[in-house]
Design a protein around this ligand. Structure first.
Ligand code: NAD
Ligand code: UDP
Length: 320
């Protein structure tokens, strides 16, 4: 049994009950850190962290990040923000507030307690990119008044705040730009493509393709992503980012649907529905910088990652 120790590094994970956050909390506990998970449970779920609750080095705080909070910590991973289009468009004003006020509150805390702080930024800051693949020096192509802007512009402003606190106040920052990530503990109804397709295929229901399915994404398995985030946080102070983290293998959405059907042995038909507004047409990270500076690259193939994720969703359906 692990015992509480004041010598251990104490780490705050905002959004720690979400998909990515729960995996991050788990990894940090495994390596012996004290972890404080902060979440308002908007899209996060208690079941994601239930298995961590009897660990003495784990604490949970129910808190909304738009309000300030004071906790003594050494590191902050700032992940709190709904991430799927359905969730972040549900209350767009709140989404922007979470990104912007959340960043201000966490940067203020980091400044006060002298904590190192990592921002979970996103490939969405590149918008519908006109440059392919996307490198960190590309400034992006975002519609400021579109339906995705609450998320994209909120995350862009958060990056600005991180770099201004870094230059103005000497806060020790890290910024990672996360590309589409998937794996167990994704919310089954969050509307993201992998969770949707797997749930539909498992139930032999129609697989919903938005548009003609030629749009592309690059999918990174959650374990690889968590490894990249931790390497960035623990890396040298003279490399603050932004750095792309994602899997450079690029797939068309129709190809993904067929692959998921094949792995499940599903009889689902494929339905083509209208494309959502401002849906990016192509997305693939250039991870040269991550390879060079963090010696990081994804290791899990799409097939292996999908199999694990399918097993997870199968388990959820069996419980129901
Ligand atoms: P998620 O929705 O599963 O997790 C987000 C967590 O933040 C949830 O637990 C939610 O309850 C919490 N949260 C939301 N608003 C909050 C608030 N105001 N106060 C406190 N907690 C709040 O999503 P995820 O996929 O785990 O994403 C985590 C982070 O990674 C997000 O910041 C997201 O923008 C970023 N990201 C994820 C992906 C991806 O593909 N999963 C890609 C790019 C960026
Ligand atoms: N998509 C789809 N069917 C679905 C869900 C998503 O065709 O049921 C498409 C969506 O239009 C987009 C891609 O899959 O082109 C990835 O969507 P997701 O919401 O997972 O992530 P994001 O658009 O934020 O990258």
């Amino acid at each position: 049994m692990a015992y509480y120790s004041f010598d251990r590094e104490r780490i705050l994970v905002t959004g720690g009950a979400g998909f990515l956050g729960s995996h991050l909390c788990e990894r940090l506990l495994q390596r012996g850190n004290n972890v404080i998970c902060l979440d308002n449970f908007f899209t996060g779920q208690k079941r994601n962290i239930f298995h961590l609750m009897d660990n003495r080095n784990f604490e949970v705080i129910r808190h909304d990040l738009v309000n300030p909070i004071f906790v003594e910590v050494d590191q902050i991973y700032n992940l709190a923000c709904p991430a799927s289009p359905i969730h972040y468009q549900y209350n767009p004003v709140k989404t922007t507030k979470t990104s912007v006020m959340g960043a201000i509150n966490m940067l203020g805390l980091a400044k006060r307690v002298k904590a190192k702080i990592l921002q979970a930024s996103t490939s969405e800051i590149y918008g519908d990119p006109t440059v392919h693949p996307q490198r960190e020096n590309y400034w992006g192509n975002v519609n400021t008044i579109g339906l995705r802007a609450c998320y994209d512009e909120g995350k862009r402003c958060a990056e600005t705040l991180f770099f201004d606190y870094y230059r103005q106040n000497g806060v020790n920052i890290r910024v990672v730009r996360i590309f589409n990530t998937y794996g167990p503990r994704m919310h089954p109804n969050d509307g993201r493509v992998i969770s949707n397709f797997i749930m539909q295929a498992l139930k032999d229901e129609p697989i919903t393709i938005f548009g003609d399915g030629t749009q592309t994404r690059s999918f990174c398995y959650v374990d690889d992503m968590v490894e990249g985030m931790i390497r960035m946080m623990d890396g040298p102070d003279d490399f603050v980012g932004p750095v792309n983290l994602g899997n450079p293998a690029e797939y068309g959405i129709l190809t993904l649907a067929k692959e998921i059907k094949r792995l499940i042995g599903s009889h689902s038909p494929i339905d083509f529905l209208p494309a959502p507004e401002d849906d990016p047409k192509r997305r693939r990270p250039d991870i040269t910088l991550a390879r060079k500076k963090l010696h990081w690259e994804p290791r899990v193939s799409l097939e292996d990652g999908l199999k694990n994720t399918i097993d997870y969703f199968r388990g959820l359906l069996a419980e129901r």
